[in-house]
Design a protein around this ligand. Structure first.
Ligand SMILES: [Zn+2]
Length: 383
């Protein structure tokens, strides 16, 4: 087509004329879309598939995940193991008594009654049991064995077959060894004059529930200590893979630590009022000039990085505080230990949806406070 023809035929540019009329005046097509046969092979059929995935939990796993305290878990497992031992002992005794009765020529019912009598006598002779530190150590050994076999099955099988673990395994770099069924860190410290448990700590993984329990136990044992102190104590006995991030999680979730050391909340800065804009423009230009001059003279990238970070603080949007959150209310006239706690009743957001102030219910009254005077203790969703 030539350019002249193209310009003459306005249909190419403006579309067909009927499009300018209302829809009921448009020409009708002879095809009825709803009259197509259902069995037409060309028609694409919609298939809906629903799948429910449910992870079958081993009863022992369920038992372990039920506890939120390492000591309570160990104590409960120790009692279960004691009960198991006792039941085994009773079953052995019953077998012994049955064997003794087997040779007498009495009736089967009488024999059974005699065995029951002897069992009753035996039970009265049993002493009241209490837990010892050996029982707790055995319980700990049992829990560790179970968790390691559950999580590191391929590695344990390889080591038992006198092979090395796969290079893809996360344990490869730890040179793992098996001692008394427990997977421990290997290495070259065999001859070092150190306790065995420090030379070869037990391997755990941060996703294991017991790893969280052990870290939380150490954190409480050390009086809510910081990360490094926790990790140095942990490594006397255990080696948790990615322990650093696991410890950080424990610290950030600990309500007592938030209460003692948590920062006050902050939110991205709001827009300035109209009358400040011109003023701000000049200030910003002056700051830029100053900033460039500083860069020119110092020429040290490390010197302006902290400055950059300080500026970014106001640019980032933070999590909005929401109703139900538990907070500590900062009070400049009182020491931190005397600050009141409160529950957020309602929030007030600005035009951009960022919460600036909240209504709080304290023990005695209802208050309104800006978010910068609050320290978050517990998120509402964590209830
Ligand atoms: Zn703490």
């Amino acid at each position: 087509m030539r350019a002249e023809d193209f310009l003459e035929h306005s249909k190419w540019i403006d579309g067909p004329e009927f499009l300018y009329d209302s829809e009921n005046k448009w020409p009708k097509l002879g095809v009825k879309y709803d009259s197509l046969p259902v069995a037409d092979a060309e028609i694409k059929k919609d298939v809906t598939v629903n799948a429910v995935v449910e992870e079958a939990k081993n009863p022992t796993s369920f038992f372990i995940s039920y506890f939120s305290s390492w000591m309570k878990l160990k104590t409960s497992v120790a009692w279960v193991l004691k009960l198991k031992e006792l039941l085994l002992q009773l079953s052995q005794k019953r077998k012994e008594f049955s064997d003794m009765m087997h040779e007498s020529a009495e009736d089967a019912n009488i024999k059974e009654q005699k065995v029951l009598q002897k069992m009753q006598q035996f039970k009265t002779m049993l002493k009241i049991q209490c837990l010892t530190s050996e029982d707790l150590t055995a319980a700990e050994h049992f829990i560790i064995l179970f968790e390691q076999h559950h999580r590191f099955e391929p590695e344990i099988s390889a080591l038992r077959a006198n092979k090395t673990v796969s290079k893809d395994s996360q344990l490869y770099r730890l040179d793992p060894v098996i001692d008394d069924g427990v997977l421990r860190v290997g290495g070259r410290l065999k001859r070092a004059a150190m306790p065995f448990e420090i030379k070869h700590p037990v391997i755990l993984c941060k996703n294991m529930h017991v790893a969280t329990l052990i870290l939380r136990y150490i954190h409480h044992l050390l009086g809510h200590a910081g990360r490094s102190h926790m990790l140095s104590r942990l490594r006397r006995k255990y080696w948790i893979i990615s322990a650093n991030s696991a410890a950080r999680k424990i610290l950030s979730d600990c309500v007592t630590c938030r209460r003692n050391r948590g920062k006050l909340l902050e939110q991205k800065m709001a827009d300035l009022p109209q009358e400040r804009k011109q003023d701000l423009y000049l200030k910003r230009r002056w700051k830029q000039v100053q900033y460039m001059a500083e860069l020119f003279w110092k020429r040290w990238i490390t010197e302006y990085l902290p400055l950059l970070h300080e500026r970014q603080k106001w640019m980032r949007q933070k999590r909005n505080i929401s109703p139900g959150d538990i907070v500590l209310i900062a009070d400049a006239t009182a020491p931190r230990g005397c600050w009141q706690m409160g529950r957020v009743l309602a929030v007030k957001a600005d035009g951009g949806g960022l919460v600036r102030s909240v209504q709080l219910q304290t023990k005695t009254s209802v208050l309104e406070r800006p978010v910068t005077k609050l320290c978050l203790l517990l998120e509402a969703s964590a209830d």
